[in-house]
Design a binder for this molecule. Structure first.
Ligand code: GDP
Ligand code: MG
Length: 163
């Protein structure tokens, strides 16, 4: 069975940009039970000869911050349920936000492997800003740029070594 990798994180960190960069083939969107998963995207990818499935979470309902937080919590719990590996995307340009903490609290409880993808590290100057994310107390850290692709190879190498 192929491993399932879920991309989670608060809005605007670059989850969909990363998803689009990593997938080779988009799967038909599965009609779903819960309504929450309506906006999830599924894709297939492979790296070093290993095939895996990818889930892009998101498409959050607009609303107050509280609704956002609840939505994100739901998305992460769903993702944890159906995936084997988590990629937690954060944004180096904003630092750790309260919503990142909300996600981190849920992820600290899982025994599944968590990779923290510190996104928007488009240039070497931003590498230094990435250290703050070690305070999330989670998994392995990779600095990436989903826009220009830097760092994504290292992230993929690490992920497929776990499959
Ligand atoms: P999502 O809400 O987490 O799915 O985030 P999106 O993928 O929609 O991206 C949110 C915004 O961040 C968009 O304007 C992207 O172009 C931008 N973005 C995503 N990845 C990067 C990156 O690596 N570097 C920079 N500078 N911007 C990025
Ligand atoms: Mg998105």
């Amino acid at each position: 069975m192929n491993s399932i990798v879920a991309i989670v994180g608060r809005p605007n960190v670059g989850k969909s940009t990363l998803f689009n960069r990593l997938i080779q083939r988009r799967e038909a969107i599965v009609d779903d039970v819960s309504g929450v998963t309506r906006d999830r995207h599924y894709g297939k990818s492979d790296w070093n000869g290993k095939e895996f499935s990818l889930i892009d979470t998101g498409g959050y309902v607009e609303g107050s911050d509280d609704v956002f937080e609840e939505e994100i919590r739901k998305q992460v719990i769903l993702a944890l349920d159906e995936c084997d590996i988590i990629v937690f995307v954060v944004d180096v340009t904003s630092g750790i936000t309260p919503l990142d903490e909300t996600v981190a609290i849920l992820l600290r409880k899982t025994k599944k492997p968590v990779y923290v993808a510190i996104n928007k590290v488009d240039n070497a100057m931003r590498e230094a800003d990435a250290y703050e994310f070690y305070n999330l107390g989670l998994g392995e850290f990779y600095t990436i740029s989903s826009i220009n692709g830097s760092g994504t190879g290292e992230l993929l190498d690490a992920m497929v070594s776990e499959m």
